[in-house]
Write a protein that binds this ligand. Structure first.
Ligand SMILES: [Zn+2]
Length: 521
């Protein structure tokens, strides 16, 4: 090799090295398809390179009839199913559940306690997350970041620089933002433009390539009311991100089942066609991963954020207000669901209000708990005596959201009972969730892909909080500081530290899960 030739080789090499370090340093996680993961800080080859999390919002576990869902059944057969999976925390509601999926910590740490919660040390509730204009500012992601909670997105970015993490929904901005936990590269969803069309939109600071947001195939003439249309649109949006970025983690919320469950109930005739539609969408997503050549390197998780309770019985919120006031309480906010949450302006009256609610013997109220001065929940004076197992289960569930933000009093209901507000009475609400009944808590949980046992059904009570540490481990990173555990029993070769951690939880979690599952009345 001549000296001149050598010099030009060195020049080229320096140029490449410079470009490389610029790319690594300034890449800002926008690696397009074709760029390899330039750094694997974990230093070990990972069994899987990609993960997809599909969350079917509000789908009861018993609505997943796999005999009529061939695509889901194929993934389930190839992987591990958790037959006793549950939300495993309170509240069982979209915002809190998705924040937990995205972080691996309980609501008491990420502080997303549902639609609204107490601003600590104040007599104000947080702004309500059902306000789309607020959600568009990235309020949830920013709130989670302020708590310094870990997140799936941040863990993946720390281990794989330039890797892309995406969080998506149809209209549920709050689901996408919560899963992204303020750390996903892209947070996208559907919303109305000035012409009233339903189009893809994105969170400021988490905006993808304009080609995705301007895709003509994603422009619908109006909000998609025809059942199946919105979830199908969301999968199409996911496919655009898959093709453009090959995201390391793709998190998708499918919002429709929840919306229809609230309005039309959980009956088979309503849910079955919708779930078959979900199956078609899962099939479409699998086909897209195969087409992209990534399927054999990708772990799939199919689950729900919570279930749904049919409104066979009701508790009127007007009655709750009467009793709270008669006991000297000044209500700040009364929440709903298959339970009721009470925040007071005069928190000093908490024991009297809780006792008043317990001694009123409201039909279908199973137990009343109050927040004690140490922040822990205890049964109210006069609350019916529960079995020790159910009392422990409720206390454990209540501890997942206990904190300065959490309600002062919680009423737990019998099965198939929901709170009726005057607004819900007008529209004839048919279903709800948020509480501790098995119908709200029990969820489907199918995990499959490289590194996951195939054809295995686990009785372990997997929870939403276990998702982030499990996916992080499957992707070759080491989770830490989370409330969830790695679901090691689903793995062909779990890390040595993971199995004992999970085993230690089995007895107490199984007891809690069974107490909730078998509670009568
Ligand atoms: Zn809902």
């Amino acid at each position: 090799m001549s000296v001149r030739h050598l010099a030009s080789v060195i020049a080229l090499a320096s140029f490449l090295l410079l470009s490389w370090s610029l790319w690594v340093g300034l890449g800002s996680n926008l690696s397009p398809v074709g760029a390899q993961d330039p750094a694997n800080a974990a230093g070990t080859p990972s069994p899987s390179s990609y993960a997809v999390i599909v969350v079917v919002d509000g789908a009861r576990a018993d609505s997943w009839d796999l005999s009529k869902m061939p695509h889901v059944a194929a993934l389930a057969r190839a992987g591990t199913a958790y037959s006793n999976a549950w939300v495993g925390q309170l509240p069982s509601v979209t915002e809190a559940s998705h924040a937990t999926i995205g972080t691996g910590v309980f609501p008491r740490r990420h502080t997303i306690l549902g639609d609204t919660w107490r601003v600590p040390n104040s007599n104000h509730m947080s702004p309500n997350l059902l306000d789309g204009n607020l959600d568009r500012t990235g309020y949830i992601g920013k709130t989670i970041r302020q708590t310094n909670s870990p997140s799936l997105a941040a863990t993946i970015h720390a281990a794989y620089r330039n890797s892309v993490v995406v969080a998506l929904s149809g209209h549920k901005i709050y689901a996408a933002d919560a899963m992204g936990a303020g750390r996903a590269d892209f947070v996208a969803f559907g919303g109305k433009n000035q012409k009233g069309q339903f189009v893809p939109q994105a969170m400021p600071g988490h905006t993808p390539d304009p080609s995705i947001l301007s895709a003509r195939s994603l422009v619908l003439p109006s909000y998609p009311r025809k059942p199946g249309l919105e979830d199908g649109w969301t999968i199409q949006l996911a496919e655009k991100f898959l093709t453009r970025y090959h995201p390391k983690v793709l998190m998708i919320n499918l919002p429709e089942i929840d919306v229809i469950g609230h309005a039309a109930g959980t009956g088979k005739t309503v849910m079955q066609p919708l779930m078959q539609q979900v199956d078609q969408e899962v099939g479409q997503l699998v086909a897209a991963y195969k087409k992209a050549g990534l399927f054999s390197q990708t772990d799939f998780l199919l689950t729900s954020d919570h279930g749904m309770i049919p409104a066979a019985h009701t508790v009127l919120s007007s009655r709750l207000y009467q009793i709270i006031e008669a006991a000297g309480g000044q209500p700040l906010y009364v929440g709903h669901g298959d339970y009721a949450t009470v925040w007071l302006k005069n928190q000093a009256r908490t024991p009297q209000v809780a006792a008043g609610l317990a001694r009123a013997h409201i039909p279908y109220v199973r137990a009343v708990y109050q927040k004690a001065s140490n922040g822990k929940y205890i049964p109210a004076a006069g609350s019916p005596t529960l079995s020790p197992a159910l009392d422990t289960a409720y206390t454990d569930l209540l501890s997942t959201f206990a904190g300065p933000e959490s309600p002062d009093v919680v009423l737990l209901y019998d099965n198939n009972t929901i709170t009726m507000t005057s607004g819900f009475l007008k529209i004839g609400r048919k279903g709800d969730h948020e509480g501790a009944n098995w119908g709200s808590q029990h969820i489907a949980f199918f995990l499959s892909g490289p590194g996951v046992k195939s054809g295995y059904t686990s009785p372990y009570p997997a929870r939403l909080v276990d998702i982030a540490p499990t996916i992080e481990t499957l992707l070759g990173t080491h989770p830490h500081h989370q409330d969830g555990v790695v679901l090691a029993d689903s793995m062909v070769n779990p890390p040595a530290w993971a199995q004992p951690k999970q085993s230690r939880m089995t007895a107490s979690l199984t007891a809690d899960m069974l107490a909730v599952k078998t509670a009568k009345g």
